[in-house]
Ligand binder design. Structure first.
Ligand SMILES: Cc1cc2nc3c(=O)[nH]c(=O)nc-3n(C[C@H](O)[C@H](O)[C@H](O)COP(=O)(O)O)c2cc1C
Length: 374
């Protein structure tokens, strides 16, 4: 049986709903071309800005792995162990807009049926900065981008009026979204930061500004660990470190919680889910909670830079899932999206044990202790 994996999301048709997120896998023309050859339904380019960008000296990303026997968690013990997360302090693309424009044109010419979303970022503190958003948005649209994703979420910006500092401010993120919406025709997605106390507020703000979708999560603010032998941070430059972003398996449940809050608050709106996806089961969580597309970074970085095996697994997993579920009425993504959204409820709605099971705290077994055997 052939399964149709296509979706329409914010008015854009995707051959499949699996995208590479804005990050190293989409930082160049050759990577994006290879990604489309491998089967990804879409890409979000590495974030494009107007300001010159200089990254820190040395590695910009490392991968934390854990030894299941000892629990040791480290970035610096090679590839042994199980992947826990990625940690990065990389900035946006260091390539200027005029480097990107001909490349976007060539990519869209080579792959007219695949979706290219341009991720863009500017400031919000002056009219000049707001003009940067307009210039970036219009230029990418004219080059053929199918949509825009506003980076309101980069976690390592010192500037008060950029990145997650916009995403943490309801007024600013609503206003910036509105400025871009008024300047372009293509759909506009807003990528929010998970580093706020109530992401539903920022989601509401960008929807009020006209966003066609919310994307979440960017990486979670975090520090690398300190090596117990050297007492140095496992990633540092001349002994110094700053907060960076955590991605990969460790953030899957965290990101799902953020997404669930938003999809319950705005069940009619569109969401693109990111965070910790490396196989179809992970992605399915996002779809069932209400996302219409999903995006991948860390797993793709670790698989030949653009994830040819990851997309193969995602497509295969999706086909098998819909073949298995056809009898129960799930034949394509449209049937699955949001199916488990309303199962997340306030804690007080979860059933308690009945009187026979609950003994007022005097149950014979104490907490997690091993039961006493007589
Ligand atoms: C090295 C690195 C660079 C990234 N650069 C960007 C970026 O330029 N723009 C952006 O919106 N997100 C960026 N991200 C965040 C990813 O797009 C994604 O939201 C995050 O890694 C969570 O997905 P994952 O768990 O699949 O890695 C970057 C992530 C990493 C690891």
């Amino acid at each position: 049986m052939s399964v149709d994996l296509s979706v329409t999301f914010t008015g854009i048709r995707f051959e499949n709903p699996f995208l590479l997120s804005s990050a190293p896998p989409t930082e160049s023309e050759s990577n994006i071309m290879r990604a489309f050859e491998a089967g990804w339904g879409g890409v979000v380019t590495k974030t494009i800005g107007m300001h010159p960008v200089v990254n820190v000296k040395g590695p910009k990303t490392k991968f934390l792995r854990t030894d299941p026997e000892t629990g040791v968690l480290s970035m610096n013990r090679g590839r042994a162990g199980v992947l826990h997360s990625s940690w990065n302090w990389e900035l946006i693309s260091d390539k200027p807009l005029d480097w990107w424009i001909p490349r976007i044109e060539r990519i869209k010419k080579a792959f007219p049926d695949r979706v290219l979303i341009a991720s863009i970022m500017a400031g919000s503190g002056s009219d000049r900065e707001l003009d940067h958003w307009r210039t970036l948005g219009r230029s990418c649209q004219e080059a053929g981008a199918d949509g825009l994703e506003l980076n309101l979420s980069c976690p390592h910006m010192d500037r008060e009026d950029m990145g997650s500092n916009i995403g943490k401010d309801e007024g600013l993120c609503s206003f910036v979204t509105q400025v871009v919406k008024e300047a372009v025709r293509v759909p506009v997605w807003a990528k929010l930061t998970p580093a706020t106390s109530d992401i539903v507020l920022e989601a509401g703000a960008v929807f009020r500004g006209g966003a066609d979708a919310v994307t979440s999560s960017n990486t979670f603010p975090s520090l690398p660990l300190i090596d117990p032998d050297t007492l140095e941070f496992e990633i540092q430059v001349e002994g110094l470190v700053s907060s960076g972003g955590l991605g990969g398996p460790a953030i899957l449940p965290l990101s799902l919680a953020k997404m669930s809050e938003m999809t319950r608050a705005y069940p009619e709106k569109s969401f693109s889910g990111i965070g910790g996806i490396s196989e179809f089961g992970h992605a399915l969580n996002y779809f069932l909670l209400g996302c219409g597309t999903v995006q991948v970074c860390t797993a793709a970085m670790l698989d030949k830079a653009v994830g040819p095996n990851v997309i193969k697994r995602l497509l295969q997993g999706a086909r098998e899932f819909f073949e298995r579920s056809a009898a129960s009425g799930l034949v394509g993504f449209a049937d699955a999206i949001g199916k488990r959204r309303t199962r997340v409820v306030p804690h007080s709605r979860i059933k308690r044990p009945d009187a026979a099971e609950y003994q007022g705290g005097y149950e014979p077994q104490e907490g997690y202790a091993e039961p006493v055997r007589s």
